[in-house]
Every structure is written in C-alpha cells, then in structure tokens.
Ligand binder design. Structure first.
Ligand code: ZN
Length: 198
C-alpha cells in the first residue's frame, strides 16, 4: 500500500457487491490499511467498517462501538472473521457509512461466536452480544457483498426507496464527471489487489 490513501465508497459502488477473499499474512502494509480504515471510521463517526467499503477486496473489518479514538479498549480488528454460532433474534435500527443518512430496522442474531485473527496474527474466538454482535454481523455481510438494505422487510425498503434513488443519481452524476471509473476498471483493480494478498 505505502502512500496509497483509501476513501469510503457509497452505494451503489460495485466494490460493495464484491465478495472479499481471505488474507494470507499480517505485515506492515496490512497494518497501514487497518490504521487508515480506523481513521476513516472515526472521521465519519461510524462504529464499524469493512475493507470493501474502502475498495480493498479482503476479509478484514474494524470496529469501535464507541466510535471514539480515545476508547482504545473498544478498538477491534478482525482478520478473516467467521461467524460459527448464532443465537436469538433482535430487530434494531441500523445505518451504514456507505449509505449515509439512511436508517432502518434490521433483524440480526442477538448473540454470536466469531473466529478471527488479530493484528498480531493470533487466532481469537469472541462471544459477542447486543451491539457488538450486530456490528460484526453487519460488517461480515459487507465481506459477502451484502448490504443491510438487502435484509429489510418490503415495507421498510419501500420507506427508504427515495433515499436509495438519490444515492443512485449521485453515483451516476459522479461517474459522468469522471470521478468514478467504469465497472471494468474497478473490477480489474480489485482483482489486482486480491492477487497481491490472498
Ligand atoms: Zn455498512
């Protein structure tokens, strides 16, 4: 990565539909990516961020449910996360940094067990519930190319349809201005990044 800077892409950017691949190793390049993702998450006051939201095709998520740089104990990095156990069901409002200003209720498991590697390369098993479990499920969905709007009831989806249309129009406008490359160039870049680390 080196000096390469990342930014958060918004719906309907194709990177958000990309199925991320497992990382092979932890090195300084990966640590730099994680730092940039955390910085962006804090800047935008988010509680979690997945790598494909910053156009990186890797199974990597960051989380801080306080969204506070000072709350270091709440800062967590999950490399190659896998949810192995799901229990209970709970419906709560969610939002997403890739769908700004949109909130809607989503049903998620209340408790989960997740296996992942940390930045030291250690395998860790986490048992999470409530907001922690919700954020990890939301971010793991991103790695599969799934967005929270895919999990809404038809009525709740209808309620935000105009907001989605506005984002789609904004994306089309940015593309006309040349701010967003064509799909084939985005796909080629993701494939190149994938080859480098997976
Ligand atoms: Zn999200």
């Amino acid at each position: 990565m080196g000096a390469c800077r990342v930014r958060i892409v918004k719906y309907p950017h194709p990177a958000l539909r990309y199925k991320s691949k497992p990382l092979r190793r932890v090195d300084s390049g990966l640590k730099d990516m994680v730092r940039q993702m955390l910085d962006l998450m804090y800047t935008h006051e988010g509680v979690g961020l997945a790598a494909n939201q910053v156009e990186l095709p890797y199974r990597l998520i960051v989380m801080n449910i306080k969204s506070d740089l000072a709350a270091k104990e709440e800062e967590h990095v999950f490399i190659n996360p896998v949810i192995t156990v799901r229990k209970g069901l709970e419906e709560k409002e969610e939002g997403c940094l890739s769908l700004p200003q949109i909130n809607a209720p989503v049903k998620r498991s209340q408790k989960i067990t997740v296996n992942a590697y940390d930045l030291a390369g250690q395998e860790i098993t986490w048992e999470l519930e409530g907001l922690y479990a919700r954020v990890v499920q939301h971010e793991c969905d991103h790695l599969e190319g799934v967005l929270f709007i895919d999990r809404l009831s038809p009525a709740n989806l209808l309620a935000i349809r105009q907001d989605l249309s506005d984002l789609e129009a904004e994306f089309a406008g940015d593309r006309r201005l040349g701010l967003i490359p064509e799909d084939r160039l985005i796909t080629a870049r993701l494939a190149e990044l994938e080859t480098a680390r997976t």
